[in-house]
Design a protein around this ligand. Sequence first.
Ligand SMILES: [Fe+2]
Ligand SMILES: [Fe+2]
Length: 274
Amino acid sequence: MEFFSTLEQILQIGDPAKKIAHCTNFYEAFTKGEVKMEPADEPKVFESPSYAAICTIVPPTQVPRRSRFGTTEGRAVLLHAIAHIEYSAIDLALDACYRYRDLPWQFYHDWLEVAMDECRHFSMIEELLGELGYRYGDFPVHQGLFDAAMASLDLISRMAVVPRYLEANGLDANPKMIAKLERFTDDMAKRMKKALEVILAEEVEHVAKGDRWFRWACKRSGIEDMEKEYFRRVERVYPGTLGSKEGLNIEDRKRAGFSCSEIRLLAKKEVDCQ
Ligand SMILES: [Fe+2]
Ligand SMILES: [Fe+2]
C-alpha cells in the first residue's frame, strides 16, 4: 500500500461509513509499518469536497440556523451541523497527511491520529442524529472549511488556518453549545452535552498539534516572529480576524499553545489572561 495515493482515494470517498472503514484500515496499516511512502504525483488541488456526493451544498447564509434546542428538529439541525464539521475535519486531517511530502514520520502520525478522532466524533454525533430520525445529508451544508483548506495550501498557512484558527474557534464555540443544552434535563440533551464535552476535551490536542507543527514549519523557514506570521497567514484567508473575536475560551486556547499576547490580539476587548 502506498501512503499518498491511498490517501488520495480515501479523501474522495463521500459515503461516511466507507470513509471511516478505509481510514481505520489505513491507520492500522500505517502504525504496523505496512505503508510505504513513494509518491508518484504532485498533490491534487481538489475542486469539490467529498461530501458533495451526499450533501446539498449552499452558501453559508442559507444553512439552517441552529436554534430551538428544545425541539427535535432544532436538535437535529445542531447535530447535523456538528456532524458536518466532524466529517469535514476527517478530510482536513487526511489532507494534511496527503499534501505535504518529506516531513518527519511524527507529522503523518499526528494527523492520522486526528483523523481517527474525527471519525469517532462523527460516528458519535451521527448515532444521536439517527436516534432523532435524521442522517448526515438531510440538511444543506456549506463548504467553508473545504474552501479555507484549498486557500491555504502551503504548510505554514495550513497549520495556521486549519488547526490553529478553525479548530481553535471550535474551542470557543463548543462551551456555548454546552451551556445552551444545560437548560434541558431530558436524556437526549444530556447525551448531546456529553458528546460535546468529549469533543471539546479531544480538540484541545488537535489545536496543540497544529500549534507545534505551525511553529516547526515557521522555524524551518527561518521565521522568527511567529505571532505576526500567524495573523498574517490567517488574515489572508479570513480578513478582519484581528480584534474581532468574542467569547474566547482562554483556558483551552492557552493549553493548546496560544500566548496571552495572541489572545489579546484576537479579542475585541482586554481579557484576563496570565
Ligand atoms: Fe472533532
Ligand atoms: Fe479536530
